[in-house]
Ligand binder design. Structure first.
Ligand SMILES: [Zn+2]
Length: 256
């Protein structure tokens, strides 16, 4: 099956406290180019680093206005507080700190439930989730399924795929990239941007306007097509190996 490459714009770490100057500029750009990104909102942000940003009054009105425009609002963790370190044993093998990995099923369920309640109180519809730092274990997936969240915006592969009764939309790179094939998601951390990064993002978006897809378009994708699964396996093996090698060298360097 031949499909032209597409990219979903996934924004991370969206909460009351963030770089609103850059977010407002992105919103103007998206309005002008008719782009509908996926916005990862932290329902109960307690992350002190993020909290150091200025707070937005009427934050939830803003989120509702994005939803009204057809932007997809996604749940990004619950409070963005890391409680464990996966030491590379998390489901995707990223390693590093985690809000969810290693917690009991009941604890993870409670967090997902509380997050969903906040969104529901604010009249925001949630269909998808992605964990802080890409770190999950099987209980995370079970908890998401239990709470009828069907989509995870993370994972290896060139195309979305179905597993554990969930649909995974692959997220592969830290920087902005469109591969010559496949449907994936990017990750955007505008709180870490400089003015130069903003300009680069604006130019990338304008240049690739036709390849940037919205969440609803992704849902019409055929899933687990045989050819897609082969592409996904090759990508997974390659990227996991590259990450392992990078982690190995990083660890050894730290011992010097
Ligand atoms: Zn995050």
């Amino acid at each position: 099956m031949k499909l032209s490459p597409k990219l979903l714009l996934r924004f991370d770490d969206i909460s009351e406290n963030m770089n609103w100057k850059f977010m407002d500029k992105c919103e103007l750009l998206f309005d002008e180019y008719n782009i509908r990104p996926l916005i990862g909102v932290i329902p109960n942000n307690q992350d002190s680093q993020l909290k150091s940003w200025p707070s937005k009054e009427n934050f939830w009105d803003k989120v509702r206005s994005w939803q009204k425009k057809g932007w997809e609002i996604s749940m990004h963790g619950y409070n963005h507080i890391y409680r464990s370190n996966t030491h590379g044993k998390d489901y995707f093998g990223y390693g590093g700190k985690s809000e969810f990995y290693g917690e009991s099923y009941d604890h993870q369920c409670k967090k997902i439930k509380l997050g969903l309640k906040k969104f529901s109180d604010e009249k925001i519809k949630i269909r998808s989730f992605f964990a802080p730092n890409h770190t999950y274990d099987l209980n995370t997936f079970k908890s998401l399924d239990e709470h009828k969240i069907k989509y995870v915006i993370d994972g290896y592969g060139l195309y979305p795929y179905k597993k554990f009764n969930l649909v995974f939309i692959p997220q592969l790179f830290y920087n902005l990239k469109i591969l010559p094939l496949g449907y994936q998601s990017t990750q955007i951390h505008l709180n870490t941007w400089s003015e130069k990064d903003l300009i680069q993002f604006e130019n990338f978006t304008k240049r690739n306007q036709k390849k940037i897809i919205c969440f609803d378009d992704l849902l019409n994708m055929p899933l687990n097509d045989k050819e897609f699964l082969i592409h996904n396996s090759i990508t997974k093996i390659t990227l996991k190996t590259l990450r392992r090698i990078r982690r190995f060298f990083k660890t050894n360097r730290n011992f010097n």
